[in-house]
Design a protein around this ligand. Structure first.
Ligand code: DGP
Length: 112
C-alpha cells in the first residue's frame, strides 16, 4: 500500500472516523469538511489518481461508487455530490485516489 496519509489510514496506522470498510474499500470523515456531511471513499489499493487507474481496476472503481452511495444513504442524504479531484491543478492534495461524498447543504453549480 502506498505511503500516503490515506494509505496509513487504510492500514490503521493513522486514526480516522471510519464509517464503512470492507476488503477493498474504506470510507471515513474528511478532516476538513466542506459541508455538514463530508466523507471520503478510498480503495485499499494505492492508486494515486483516477487517471492512473487501469482496466483491471474497473470493478474496484464501480465498487467505490457503490460504497459512496451507501455511506451517503447511511448518513441520511438524498441529495449529495461525488467529487474526484485529479491532479494538483484540480485541487488534489492527497495522492491516493478518493471520492468525496459531500452533502447536507445546498450545493452550487458550477463548482469553483
Ligand atoms: P483532495 O483535495 O481532493 O486531495 O482531498 C483531500 C481531502 O483529504 C481534503 O478534503 C482534506 C482531507 N484530509 C487531508 N488529510 C487528512 C487526514 O489526515 N485525515 C482525514 N480524515 N482527512 C484528511
Amino acid at each position: 500500500m502506498g505511503d500516503s496519509i490515506f494509505g496509513k489510514i487504510a492500514r490503521g496506522e493513522l486514526p480516522a472516523t471510519v464509517v464503512y470498510q470492507d476488503d477493498t474499500a474504506l470510507a471515513f470523515a474528511d478532516l476538513n469538511p466542506q459541508a455538514p456531511t463530508h466523507l471520503l471513499v478510498i480503495p485499499r489499493k494505492p492508486i494515486d489518481r483516477i487517471a492512473n487507474a487501469e482496466q483491471d481496476d474497473e470493478p474496484l472503481l464501480g465498487h467505490l461508487l457503490r460504497v459512496a452511495s451507501r455511506v451517503a444513504a447511511d448518513a441520511g442524504l438524498e441529495d449529495y455530490r461525488l467529487v474526484i479531484n485529479n491532479g494538483a491543478g484540480a485541487g488534489q492534495t492527497v495522492f491516493h485516489l478518493h471520492v468525496h461524498v459531500i452533502g447536507g447543504r445546498p450545493l452550487g453549480w458550477p463548482p469553483g
